[in-house]
Design a protein around this ligand. Structure first.
Ligand SMILES: Nc1ncnc2c1ncn2[C@@H]1O[C@H](COP(=O)(O)OP(=O)(O)OP(=O)(O)O)[C@@H](O)[C@H]1O
Length: 264
């Protein structure tokens, strides 16, 4: 494994030896990393690599078999005002299908002691005001993603965790989420986003955590990852401005032995 960034004291998300097994199969193994504020960190891995499981462990939705995870220095269940510290979207469609978008957000705000003003603020932020009285169950995937992000941002958290936020979106939706993630990072927030879309991560993520078969394979800036894992001849032959496009090649080379469902 390559670690070029030491676990700085300012990491707001920390995984320390996280390990999780299902039915005797270990899917996350001794995973340790720190995520820093002020940049977008991409969490990359092939299908089944353990990305979602790791995110659930960070958020206290599952208990690790070994190791632990810290959010702002504390395990998630010990956070006093969790939605104000960390906002997450793990599954865009996890809302009550019959409720309007506004009522869904109001219920979340009420449960967390957040003001109703925050509901209006996030509706504006994600561009759902016009449709906020419509039944969320009838939303398109793009609208559902926006609602999920609105819920994640309800508490104005300094840490934002998004699991595959651009999956299935049209170019306009992808551009919107990309711009939002960069803006949140520029505001000094910690942004951790999982994806298996290389082109997207190449232009969005400043830093990468790459995993394969439940193990951390790389933890370094995106540009360094590309330089390190691309075929050297190809890297040198590629103009600097085009190098983000090499992320896929670098990723494939690094994770070649870690693909769970490869065609043989
Ligand atoms: N609740 C569960 N019970 C049993 N096995 C599980 C459970 N959740 C995940 N797994 C298994 O753990 C492994 C890692 O799954 P996980 O969803 O974390 O990977 P992922 O990297 O997010 O994959 P994808 O990109 O396909 O969503 C997979 O083999 C998956 O089948």
């Amino acid at each position: 494994m390559t670690t070029t960034t030491p676990h700085a004291a300012t990491a707001t998300i920390e995984a320390i030896g996280l390990t999780r097994a299902y039915g005797g199969k270990t899917v996350v193994t001794d995973m340790s990393f720190g995520v820093l504020p002020g940049r977008v960190t991409g969490f990359l891995g092939p299908n089944g690599a353990g990305k979602s499981t790791t995110l659930r462990l960070l958020l206290g939705l599952e208990r690790p078999d070994a190791g632990h995870a810290l959010i702002n220095g504390r395990p998630y269940p010990e956070l006093t005002d969790p939605m104000s510290q960390v906002g997450a979207m793990l599954d865009a469609r996890s809302f009550h299908q019959g409720r309007s978008a506004r009522n869904h957000l109001r219920a979340l705000a009420l449960a967390q002691g957040l003001s109703a003003d925050r509901v209006e603020a996030v509706l504006d932020l994600v561009g759902l005001r016009e449709v906020s009285r419509q039944r969320a169950g009838g939303f398109s995937l793009g609208m559902a993603q926006r609602l999920g992000i609105a819920a994640a941002l309800l508490g104005d958290p300094a840490i934002v965790i998004l699991d595959e936020p651009v999956n299935g979106l049209d170019p306009e939706g992808i551009l919107w989420i990309r711009t939002l993630m960069k803006r949140l990072a520029a505001e000094g927030r910690t942004v951790l986003v999982s994806s298996h879309l290389m082109n997207e991560m190449a232009v969005t993520a400043d830093h990468l955590l790459v995993i394969g078969r439940g193990r951390l394979l790389a933890d370094c800036p995106t540009a360094e990852f590309i330089r390190r894992y691309t075929d050297p001849a190809l890297y040198l032959a590629t103009p600097e401005v085009a190098r983000p496009a090499l992320l896929e090649e670098a990723f494939m080379r690094l994770t070649a032995g870690s693909v769970e469902y490869a065609a043989r």
